[in-house]
Design a protein around this ligand. Structure first.
Ligand SMILES: *Cc1c(COP(=O)(O)O)cnc(C)c1O
Length: 358
Protein backbone atom coordinates (compact mmCIF):
# COMPACT_ATOMS: atom_id res chain seq x y z
CA UNK A 1 0.00 0.00 0.00
CA UNK A 2 1.23 3.51 -0.75
CA UNK A 3 1.66 5.99 2.12
CA UNK A 4 0.94 9.70 2.45
CA UNK A 5 3.91 11.89 1.47
CA UNK A 6 2.92 14.52 4.04
CA UNK A 7 2.40 13.95 7.75
CA UNK A 8 -1.36 13.41 8.26
CA UNK A 9 -3.29 16.00 10.26
CA UNK A 10 -5.52 14.66 13.04
CA UNK A 11 -8.06 17.45 13.06
CA UNK A 12 -9.35 16.83 16.57
CA UNK A 13 -8.51 18.04 20.03
CA UNK A 14 -9.96 14.95 21.73
CA UNK A 15 -9.69 11.17 21.72
CA UNK A 16 -12.20 8.64 23.07
CA UNK A 17 -11.85 5.13 24.47
CA UNK A 18 -13.35 1.71 23.83
CA UNK A 19 -13.67 0.82 27.52
CA UNK A 20 -13.44 2.03 31.10
CA UNK A 21 -10.16 0.16 31.61
CA UNK A 22 -8.58 1.72 28.52
CA UNK A 23 -9.70 5.16 29.66
CA UNK A 24 -8.47 4.68 33.21
CA UNK A 25 -5.06 3.48 32.03
CA UNK A 26 -4.66 6.60 29.87
CA UNK A 27 -5.82 9.06 32.52
CA UNK A 28 -3.74 7.43 35.26
CA UNK A 29 -0.73 7.71 32.94
CA UNK A 30 -0.28 3.93 32.78
CA UNK A 31 -0.71 3.87 28.98
CA UNK A 32 0.46 6.32 26.35
CA UNK A 33 -2.99 6.65 24.76
CA UNK A 34 -4.00 10.16 23.74
CA UNK A 35 -7.02 11.77 25.38
CA UNK A 36 -6.80 15.55 25.08
CA UNK A 37 -4.57 17.86 23.07
CA UNK A 38 -2.97 19.62 26.07
CA UNK A 39 -1.58 16.28 27.26
CA UNK A 40 -0.36 14.90 23.95
CA UNK A 41 -1.43 14.77 20.31
CA UNK A 42 0.01 12.84 17.33
CA UNK A 43 0.23 15.90 15.04
CA UNK A 44 2.02 17.93 17.71
CA UNK A 45 4.38 15.03 18.32
CA UNK A 46 5.14 14.86 14.60
CA UNK A 47 6.25 18.53 14.73
CA UNK A 48 8.24 17.82 17.90
CA UNK A 49 10.11 15.09 15.98
CA UNK A 50 10.93 17.56 13.19
CA UNK A 51 12.33 19.99 15.79
CA UNK A 52 14.47 17.21 17.26
CA UNK A 53 16.03 16.70 13.84
CA UNK A 54 17.31 20.33 14.11
CA UNK A 55 18.56 20.28 17.73
CA UNK A 56 20.06 17.28 19.51
CA UNK A 57 17.75 17.36 22.56
CA UNK A 58 16.00 14.40 24.19
CA UNK A 59 12.57 16.02 24.00
CA UNK A 60 10.75 18.86 22.26
CA UNK A 61 7.46 20.38 23.40
CA UNK A 62 5.40 22.76 21.28
CA UNK A 63 3.34 25.71 22.56
CA UNK A 64 0.88 28.27 21.25
CA UNK A 65 3.61 30.93 20.94
CA UNK A 66 7.24 31.61 21.75
CA UNK A 67 6.21 33.62 24.82
CA UNK A 68 4.04 30.75 25.98
CA UNK A 69 7.05 28.40 25.68
CA UNK A 70 9.26 30.82 27.62
CA UNK A 71 6.79 31.58 30.41
CA UNK A 72 5.82 27.91 30.79
CA UNK A 73 9.49 26.93 30.92
CA UNK A 74 10.08 29.50 33.67
CA UNK A 75 7.09 28.24 35.65
CA UNK A 76 8.46 24.71 35.35
CA UNK A 77 11.96 25.76 36.46
CA UNK A 78 11.33 28.30 39.21
CA UNK A 79 9.65 28.54 42.56
CA UNK A 80 9.20 31.12 45.32
CA UNK A 81 12.48 32.46 46.72
CA UNK A 82 14.50 31.66 43.60
CA UNK A 83 16.86 34.15 42.00
CA UNK A 84 17.62 34.38 38.28
CA UNK A 85 20.64 35.95 36.56
CA UNK A 86 19.26 37.42 33.33
CA UNK A 87 21.11 38.60 30.23
CA UNK A 88 20.93 42.40 30.17
CA UNK A 89 19.90 42.75 26.54
CA UNK A 90 16.90 40.51 25.89
CA UNK A 91 13.61 40.41 23.99
CA UNK A 92 11.24 43.05 25.44
CA UNK A 93 8.32 40.83 26.53
CA UNK A 94 10.76 38.45 28.26
CA UNK A 95 12.24 41.41 30.13
CA UNK A 96 8.70 42.29 31.30
CA UNK A 97 8.21 38.74 32.53
CA UNK A 98 11.31 39.07 34.74
CA UNK A 99 10.68 42.67 35.80
CA UNK A 100 6.91 42.74 36.30
CA UNK A 101 5.47 39.24 36.70
CA UNK A 102 7.97 36.91 38.33
CA UNK A 103 8.72 39.25 41.30
CA UNK A 104 5.07 39.04 42.35
CA UNK A 105 5.53 35.26 42.66
CA UNK A 106 8.60 35.72 44.84
CA UNK A 107 11.20 35.23 42.09
CA UNK A 108 13.90 37.91 41.96
CA UNK A 109 16.36 38.61 39.20
CA UNK A 110 19.56 40.50 38.38
CA UNK A 111 20.18 41.80 34.86
CA UNK A 112 23.84 41.22 34.03
CA UNK A 113 26.24 41.62 31.13
CA UNK A 114 26.61 37.88 30.61
CA UNK A 115 29.42 38.40 28.09
CA UNK A 116 31.57 39.33 31.08
CA UNK A 117 31.89 35.95 32.77
CA UNK A 118 33.43 37.47 35.93
CA UNK A 119 30.46 39.84 36.32
CA UNK A 120 28.16 36.91 35.77
CA UNK A 121 29.86 34.88 38.45
CA UNK A 122 29.54 37.80 40.90
CA UNK A 123 25.79 37.98 40.23
CA UNK A 124 25.25 34.39 41.34
CA UNK A 125 23.83 34.18 44.89
CA UNK A 126 23.04 31.14 47.06
CA UNK A 127 19.40 31.49 45.86
CA UNK A 128 20.29 31.53 42.17
CA UNK A 129 18.43 28.76 40.37
CA UNK A 130 18.76 29.83 36.75
CA UNK A 131 20.88 31.76 34.23
CA UNK A 132 18.65 33.07 31.45
CA UNK A 133 20.23 33.90 28.06
CA UNK A 134 19.30 34.87 24.53
CA UNK A 135 21.22 33.93 21.35
CA UNK A 136 22.08 36.38 19.86
CA UNK A 137 21.25 39.57 21.81
CA UNK A 138 18.35 41.17 19.89
CA UNK A 139 20.04 44.41 18.76
CA UNK A 140 23.80 44.26 19.33
CA UNK A 141 23.70 40.62 18.19
CA UNK A 142 26.42 39.43 20.56
CA UNK A 143 26.36 35.70 21.33
CA UNK A 144 26.95 34.87 25.01
CA UNK A 145 29.92 32.54 25.71
CA UNK A 146 27.76 29.45 26.27
CA UNK A 147 30.54 27.01 26.98
CA UNK A 148 32.05 29.16 29.76
CA UNK A 149 28.61 29.97 31.17
CA UNK A 150 27.70 26.28 31.23
CA UNK A 151 30.93 25.66 33.15
CA UNK A 152 29.93 28.26 35.75
CA UNK A 153 26.41 26.87 35.95
CA UNK A 154 27.77 23.40 36.67
CA UNK A 155 30.13 24.82 39.31
CA UNK A 156 27.25 26.51 41.18
CA UNK A 157 24.65 23.89 40.24
CA UNK A 158 22.26 26.26 38.55
CA UNK A 159 20.23 25.66 35.38
CA UNK A 160 20.70 27.44 32.06
CA UNK A 161 17.83 28.44 29.77
CA UNK A 162 18.51 29.98 26.34
CA UNK A 163 16.10 31.69 23.96
CA UNK A 164 17.57 30.61 20.63
CA UNK A 165 14.78 31.96 18.38
CA UNK A 166 17.16 33.97 16.20
CA UNK A 167 19.86 31.30 16.14
CA UNK A 168 17.58 28.30 15.57
CA UNK A 169 18.73 26.11 12.71
CA UNK A 170 22.22 27.65 12.73
CA UNK A 171 23.96 26.68 15.97
CA UNK A 172 23.22 23.60 18.04
CA UNK A 173 23.12 24.82 21.61
CA UNK A 174 21.35 22.13 23.63
CA UNK A 175 24.71 20.79 24.93
CA UNK A 176 25.08 24.08 26.85
CA UNK A 177 21.52 24.55 28.09
CA UNK A 178 19.02 22.71 30.25
CA UNK A 179 16.13 24.24 28.34
CA UNK A 180 16.16 25.91 24.93
CA UNK A 181 13.21 28.10 23.92
CA UNK A 182 12.33 28.90 20.31
CA UNK A 183 9.70 31.07 18.72
CA UNK A 184 8.36 28.97 15.85
CA UNK A 185 6.64 32.11 14.55
CA UNK A 186 9.95 33.24 13.05
CA UNK A 187 12.22 31.07 10.85
CA UNK A 188 10.09 27.89 11.07
CA UNK A 189 6.88 29.71 10.02
CA UNK A 190 8.64 31.88 7.43
CA UNK A 191 6.09 34.30 5.97
CA UNK A 192 3.16 32.02 6.57
CA UNK A 193 1.68 33.79 9.57
CA UNK A 194 1.63 30.94 12.07
CA UNK A 195 2.25 31.59 15.76
CA UNK A 196 4.06 28.93 17.77
CA UNK A 197 6.81 28.17 20.23
CA UNK A 198 8.85 25.26 21.52
CA UNK A 199 11.01 24.13 24.38
CA UNK A 200 13.78 21.59 23.92
CA UNK A 201 15.41 19.77 26.78
CA UNK A 202 16.61 16.58 28.39
CA UNK A 203 14.83 13.71 30.14
CA UNK A 204 14.91 15.43 33.54
CA UNK A 205 12.63 18.23 32.32
CA UNK A 206 10.00 15.97 30.75
CA UNK A 207 7.67 15.78 33.71
CA UNK A 208 7.87 19.39 34.96
CA UNK A 209 7.49 20.86 31.46
CA UNK A 210 4.63 18.59 30.41
CA UNK A 211 2.80 19.24 33.67
CA UNK A 212 3.28 23.02 33.34
CA UNK A 213 2.17 22.94 29.70
CA UNK A 214 -0.94 20.95 30.49
CA UNK A 215 -1.85 23.13 33.47
CA UNK A 216 -1.05 26.56 32.02
CA UNK A 217 -2.66 25.57 28.73
CA UNK A 218 -0.57 27.37 26.12
CA UNK A 219 -0.87 24.54 23.62
CA UNK A 220 -0.47 24.74 19.84
CA UNK A 221 -3.39 23.82 17.61
CA UNK A 222 -2.82 20.62 15.59
CA UNK A 223 -3.54 22.35 12.25
CA UNK A 224 -0.87 24.95 12.98
CA UNK A 225 1.57 22.15 13.82
CA UNK A 226 0.74 20.42 10.55
CA UNK A 227 1.26 23.65 8.59
CA UNK A 228 4.56 24.28 10.40
CA UNK A 229 5.82 20.83 9.41
CA UNK A 230 5.18 21.84 5.79
CA UNK A 231 6.97 25.19 6.18
CA UNK A 232 9.94 23.55 7.89
CA UNK A 233 10.61 21.30 4.87
CA UNK A 234 12.31 24.26 3.18
CA UNK A 235 13.70 25.94 6.32
CA UNK A 236 17.31 24.82 5.90
CA UNK A 237 17.50 26.18 2.34
CA UNK A 238 15.88 29.46 3.42
CA UNK A 239 18.33 29.83 6.31
CA UNK A 240 21.28 29.37 3.97
CA UNK A 241 20.07 32.11 1.61
CA UNK A 242 19.29 34.44 4.54
CA UNK A 243 22.70 33.89 6.12
CA UNK A 244 24.56 34.45 2.86
CA UNK A 245 22.54 37.65 2.23
CA UNK A 246 23.32 39.03 5.66
CA UNK A 247 27.01 38.25 5.28
CA UNK A 248 27.25 40.07 1.95
CA UNK A 249 25.21 43.06 3.12
CA UNK A 250 27.27 43.37 6.28
CA UNK A 251 30.57 43.53 4.36
CA UNK A 252 29.21 46.06 1.84
CA UNK A 253 27.91 48.29 4.65
CA UNK A 254 31.18 48.15 6.61
CA UNK A 255 32.86 50.15 3.85
CA UNK A 256 30.25 52.95 3.70
CA UNK A 257 31.38 56.32 5.14
CA UNK A 258 27.96 57.08 6.68
CA UNK A 259 28.07 53.85 8.67
CA UNK A 260 29.61 54.35 12.10
CA UNK A 261 29.39 50.75 13.25
CA UNK A 262 28.08 47.47 11.91
CA UNK A 263 26.85 44.89 14.41
CA UNK A 264 26.58 41.28 13.29
CA UNK A 265 26.25 38.00 15.21
CA UNK A 266 29.61 37.51 16.89
CA UNK A 267 31.14 35.95 19.98
CA UNK A 268 32.70 37.87 22.88
CA UNK A 269 36.06 37.90 21.06
CA UNK A 270 34.45 39.64 18.09
CA UNK A 271 34.61 36.56 15.90
CA UNK A 272 31.68 36.32 13.46
CA UNK A 273 29.16 33.56 14.24
CA UNK A 274 27.32 32.09 11.28
CA UNK A 275 23.84 32.82 12.50
CA UNK A 276 20.69 34.63 11.65
CA UNK A 277 19.38 37.21 9.26
CA UNK A 278 20.18 40.44 11.10
CA UNK A 279 22.62 43.25 10.68
CA UNK A 280 22.36 46.26 13.00
CA UNK A 281 23.75 49.68 12.09
CA UNK A 282 24.77 52.76 13.94
CA UNK A 283 24.78 55.54 11.34
CA UNK A 284 26.63 58.83 11.25
CA UNK A 285 23.33 60.71 11.48
CA UNK A 286 21.56 62.38 14.40
CA UNK A 287 18.70 60.71 16.28
CA UNK A 288 16.44 63.36 14.74
CA UNK A 289 17.25 62.09 11.23
CA UNK A 290 16.40 58.45 11.98
CA UNK A 291 12.69 58.89 11.21
CA UNK A 292 13.43 60.41 7.78
CA UNK A 293 16.01 57.73 6.99
CA UNK A 294 13.52 54.98 7.83
CA UNK A 295 10.78 56.62 5.75
CA UNK A 296 13.21 56.90 2.80
CA UNK A 297 13.69 53.11 2.69
CA UNK A 298 11.53 51.37 0.13
CA UNK A 299 12.49 47.66 0.20
CA UNK A 300 12.38 47.22 3.97
CA UNK A 301 9.01 46.93 5.69
CA UNK A 302 8.76 48.88 8.94
CA UNK A 303 7.93 46.44 11.71
CA UNK A 304 9.11 44.10 14.43
CA UNK A 305 8.47 40.74 12.74
CA UNK A 306 11.14 38.73 10.95
CA UNK A 307 11.98 35.17 9.89
CA UNK A 308 10.50 34.98 6.40
CA UNK A 309 11.48 36.24 2.95
CA UNK A 310 10.41 39.87 3.54
CA UNK A 311 13.11 42.39 4.58
CA UNK A 312 12.21 44.35 7.73
CA UNK A 313 13.73 47.36 9.44
CA UNK A 314 13.35 47.80 13.23
CA UNK A 315 14.72 51.05 14.67
CA UNK A 316 15.24 50.80 18.43
CA UNK A 317 13.93 54.33 18.75
CA UNK A 318 10.53 53.26 17.38
CA UNK A 319 10.28 50.50 19.98
CA UNK A 320 11.26 52.28 23.20
CA UNK A 321 11.81 55.81 24.47
CA UNK A 322 15.37 57.15 24.68
CA UNK A 323 15.37 57.24 28.52
CA UNK A 324 14.28 53.60 28.68
CA UNK A 325 16.92 52.49 26.19
CA UNK A 326 19.63 54.40 28.03
CA UNK A 327 18.57 52.85 31.34
CA UNK A 328 19.17 49.46 29.71
CA UNK A 329 22.57 50.56 28.41
CA UNK A 330 21.40 50.44 24.79
CA UNK A 331 22.40 52.99 22.16
CA UNK A 332 19.08 54.55 20.93
CA UNK A 333 20.60 55.09 17.48
CA UNK A 334 20.71 51.38 16.65
CA UNK A 335 18.70 50.26 13.62
CA UNK A 336 18.24 46.56 12.98
CA UNK A 337 17.80 45.22 9.46
CA UNK A 338 16.38 41.78 8.75
CA UNK A 339 17.51 40.85 5.25
CA UNK A 340 15.00 38.14 4.34
CA UNK A 341 15.53 36.61 0.90
CA UNK A 342 15.94 39.85 -1.06
CA UNK A 343 19.18 40.35 -3.01
CA UNK A 344 21.91 41.99 -0.88
CA UNK A 345 22.82 44.33 -3.78
CA UNK A 346 19.28 45.70 -3.89
CA UNK A 347 19.12 46.01 -0.09
CA UNK A 348 22.44 47.86 -0.04
CA UNK A 349 21.26 50.20 -2.81
CA UNK A 350 18.08 50.90 -0.82
CA UNK A 351 20.02 51.84 2.33
CA UNK A 352 22.52 53.99 0.41
CA UNK A 353 19.77 55.82 -1.45
CA UNK A 354 17.83 56.44 1.81
CA UNK A 355 21.00 57.95 3.28
CA UNK A 356 21.66 60.05 0.19
CA UNK A 357 18.20 61.64 0.27
CA UNK A 358 18.53 62.82 3.88
C1 LIG B 1 9.45 36.67 18.63
C2 LIG B 1 10.35 36.29 19.70
C3 LIG B 1 9.86 35.70 20.87
C4 LIG B 1 8.39 35.47 21.12
O1 LIG B 1 7.82 34.61 20.21
P1 LIG B 1 6.25 34.64 19.86
O2 LIG B 1 6.10 33.43 19.01
O3 LIG B 1 6.01 35.91 19.13
O4 LIG B 1 5.52 34.58 21.15
C5 LIG B 1 10.77 35.35 21.85
N1 LIG B 1 12.08 35.58 21.71
C6 LIG B 1 12.58 36.14 20.60
C7 LIG B 1 14.05 36.34 20.49
C8 LIG B 1 11.73 36.53 19.56
O5 LIG B 1 12.24 37.12 18.49
Amino acid sequence: MSKPLREPLFKTTSFVFHSFREMQAALYGDSKDYFYVRDGHPTLEALEQVLLSCEPADFAWVFSSGMSAISTGLFALLSQGDHVVVQKEIYGPTRLLFEEYLPSFGVSCTFTDVNDVDALEESITPDTELIYLEMPAPFTLTCPPLEQIKGLADKYQVSVMVDNSAGFGYEKITPFADLVAISLSKYPAGDSGILGGALLGCEGWKEPVEMARSTLGGIMMPWDANALIGEMESMRQRLEVIRSNVYQLQSMLSAHPMVKEVYYPRDTNGKSVKMGGFVTLELNISLLDIARFIDNLSLFQKGVFWGGSIPVVTPLLASYRVEVLESWGLNPGLIRFYVGMESPDRLYADIVSALRSL
